[in-house]
Design a binder for this molecule. Structure first.
Ligand code: NAD
Ligand code: UDX
Length: 463
């Protein structure tokens, strides 16, 4: 088999950027990214590159260099599956909100729909690549579905989890620490692995392409996310201890991170991790462990989530306590809504949880984020069952300019570490606020001394 055409089902944060890079690096392969969401596909095809559905530094440039040449976005799912030799499944796998495993297990509905669709329309042999993050053993379920409902063609299943982080996706794809490919350890399984290795080796050194069995690959993805999130919860748990003892969490992080066995990355204390992956994947790991009767293992990983929830709540409580125990009818300005900088993604952002907590205390929120739209902010609150009366009664106000957003407010809460916040005219901001004016820096990005010199009361995390 030779790979001339690739189809990727799911044009989201992973499917779009990943396929853009695969297309750019493999000009002889046509790459078709398909999705059920017509509006999203229209935006991927839009001539206005500012309007792509995903904001990632450097993405628009890559898309514009290959779109219409060997990268195509379409809603014609059947045709593009049928005409491709290799099909990536890159659809969402959120936490289940119903039935068995509700609130913990991964919802595999969309993945199963893809498997059934591939089986239904395929007339020639296909390699199916799991790009979505999936529970260990999912490849076996996909294989059963396609073999039982297919037209007698052969399917090979590979696991090729994605390790990109949002905000740095293009760099992560260009120079990945590793590419992981798991497959069946049979002759045809190994051939399929080789075909995918060939695609990546157009730009990734072979020494960085790791091949394993299917289950190791599936489990490694959940494990990597659990490890990363565990580091953040570890440092966040220590931040509370710092606040009680006079230690400074940034100094502690630096001191422990200089130990080469520990390493300095992913030790930044914060208001809590967000994003669509960490919580979902740890819950899934906990669920799998519990299902296998491994209760101690489940409890161990669950603690990462417990600390993260505690950190978000603690941040809101600190605002409440500092403002004399009540925020009712007080204006609080949020700087940042995205779950991290350099993305327009707000899924599971700590900002949403802190907002809900403060709205329940009857605060008025003035929100500014450089990339997240008002529509998205209101939809995030609605999805978290925030009382819509708050929104109808203008308790949530989204503003396009940070200097307008601080008008008459008692406090600023920094929820995202956008670089532009550091460069603001903090003196001008101070003058527009009620006094005493507070800054609750949920990302420890501001220089304490400079903002205190302007007149602010500064409260960082863990100091
Ligand atoms: P996303 O929600 O941005 O995109 C998923 C897309 O799939 C949506 O556009 C949706 O319309 C489409 N879709 C769903 N069902 C479909 C179907 N049956 N047919 C066609 N299209 C369908 O999700 P994402 O953030 O790109 O994540 C995708 C997967 O990758 C998840 O499993 C996630 O855990 C994993 N992952 C995400 C990241 C990340 O940073 N976002 C990183 C690594 C791995
Ligand atoms: C994560 C993984 O990093 C990536 O490998 C995987 O493919 C998808 O999940 P992502 O969620 O996009 O990526 O971003 P990441 O940089 O991991 O940040 C996740 C959250 O942790 C953000 O809210 C971030 O602000 C927070 N964080 C990160 C901290 O609070 N402290 C840190 O030191 C690092």
């Amino acid at each position: 088999m030779k790979i001339n055409n690739i189809c990727c089902i799911g044009a989201g944060y992973v499917g779009g950027p990943t396929m853009a890079i695969i297309a750019q690096k493999n000009p002889d392969i046509n790459v078709y990214v398909v999705d059920v969401n017509q509006e999203k596909i229209n935006r991927w095809n839009s001539s206005d590159l500012e309007n792509l559905p995903v904001y990632e530094p450097g993405l628009a440039e890559v898309v514009s260099s290959v779109r219409g040449k060997n990268l195509f976005f379409s809603t014609d799912i059947d045709k593009n599956i049928r005409e491709s030799e290799m099909i990536f499944i890159s659809v969402n796998t959120p936490t289940k909100t119903y039935g068995d495993g509700k609130g913990m297990a991964a919802d595999l509905t969309y993945v199963e729909l893809c498997a059934r669709k591939i089986a239904e329309v395929s007339r020639t042999d296909k390699i199916i690549v799991e790009k979505s993050t999936l529970p260990v053993k999912t490849a076996a379920a996909i294989k059963n579905i396609v073999d039982e409902t297919g037209n007698g063609v052969n399917f090979q299943i590979l696991s090729n989890p994605e390790f990109l982080a949002e905000g740095t996706a293009m760099r992560d794809l260009e120079v990945p620490d590793r590419v992981l490919i798991g497959g069946e350890q049979t002759e045809s399984g190994k051939k399929a692995i080789e075909l995918l290795v060939e695609i990546y080796s157009s730009w990734v050194p072979k020494s960085n392409i790791l091949t394993t069995n299917l289950w190791s690959s599936e489990l490694s993805k959940l494990s990597a996310n659990a490890f990363l999130a565990q580091r953040i919860s570890s440092v966040n748990s220590l931040s509370e201890l710092c606040e009680k003892t006079g230690a400074n969490i940034d100094e502690v992080s630096k001191a422990i991170g200089m130990d080469s066995r520990i390493g300095s990355k992913f030790l930044k204390s914060s208001v809590g991790f967000g994003g669509s992956c960490f919580q979902k994947d740890i819950l899934n790991l906990v669920y799998i462990s519990k299902s296998l009767g491994l209760n101690e293992v489940a409890d161990y990983w669950n603690q990462v989530i417990i600390i993260n929830d505690h950190q978000k709540r603690r941040f809101g409580n600190n605002i409440l306590k500092s403002l004399h125990g009540t925020v009712a009818n007080k204006k609080i300005t949020f700087f940042g809504w995205a779950f991290k900088k350099n993305t327009n993604d707000s899924r599971e952002s700590a900002a949403i949880y802190v907002a809900k907590q403060l709205l329940n205390e009857k605060a008025i929120l003035q929100i500014y984020d450089p990339k997240v739209s008002e529509k998205q902010i209101l939809s995030d609150l609605k999805n978290l069952n925030v009382d819509m009366d708050f929104i109808n009664n203008k308790k949530v106000i989204c503003l396009n300019n940070p200097y307008d957003a601080v008008g008459d407010s008692h406090a600023i809460a920094i929820l995202t570490e956008w670089d532009e916040f550091i460069d603001y005219d903090w003196k001008k901001i101070f003058e527009k606020m009620k006094k005493p004016a507070f800054i609750f820096d949920g990302r420890n990005i501001l220089d304490r001394e400079s903002v205190e010199n302007v007149g602010f009361v500064y409260k960082g995390i863990g100091n």
